[in-house]
Design a protein around this ligand. Sequence first.
Ligand code: NAP
Length: 288
Amino acid sequence: MSDISVVGLGEMGSALASALLSKGRSVTVWNRSASKASPLVTAGASLAPSIEAAVDASPAIMVCVSDYKATRDILEVAARSTSFSGKLLIQLTSGIPSEARELAEWAAQHQAEYLDGAIFAWPRQIGIDAVILTSGAPEATALAQPHIDLLGQNVSIGEEVGAASALFSGALAYLAGHWIGFAHGARVCESEGLTAEMLGETLARIAPALGEDNRHMGKVITAGDYSLPESTLRTAGTDIGRLVHQAMARGLSTEFPKFAADLFARAIEAGLGAEEHVAIAKLLGPQR
Ligand code: NAP
């Protein structure tokens, strides 16, 4: 028996298996394309010849593949010829809360403990400074802790099994704006003879303030009190509106600035101009 089996050896699964091995765990690995296991086998992992063998090899099964459908397909194949009874299933594949709840149900039907997790890190951070959020029953959380602690900062956020995926989805929505915004900003800078690298350096300089702004926005939206802005939604909306003209003048796509400018304009029309920037949330759904 190994301590743990890692299923899925893409960029992230390989990083997980590698960190567990380097920190002294005995690890069995399985991947649909077996060739990806070679570096891990060289580093001391055992390669399972089948997914059933990977499940049989360890009391804990850590899964990290492309999505929950792939996870489910893999587990269904294994369940045809082996038992999950008494196993700990740790799902570190990214997904949405309903998928986490469905997989937890599947695990319960197969008498397995289930912990759902979401990785907030690049593969290179695993075993160093990765942040991994987990949610699930206390028994599963306690069983998984010795493994997940080796992978980074292990943040348990409670029993509701969909909670880690919910926070991952929220963070992904934020990152979608971050990636598109950076890419558009890079083109703006280039159109003025500067480099994207200079934009990256500038944003890195203000990263601590941006981190604090995230905390502040969270508190404001949670309290539902948008009445004390340091800068009003109207001011930001006017600034963002200029990005559309700038993009047109430089022959850039207006898609992203127009989307943002239109949303701010709608918020101002709705009477939110004197409030915090994140009063935009009022246009995006009811507060619960
Ligand atoms: P990846 O490099 O593309 O690897 C995908 C893995 O899923 C491979 O092992 C692949 O097997 C397997 N797979 C896909 N469909 C399958 C199927 N139907 N049956 C069996 N295996 C299947 O992706 P990754 O970057 O490792 O990402 C894995 C998970 O980690 C994702 O949920 C991702 O959101 C999450 N994550 C990744 C990062 C990151 O920076 N990479 C960061 C945070 C979270 P084959 O090798 O046979 O194709």
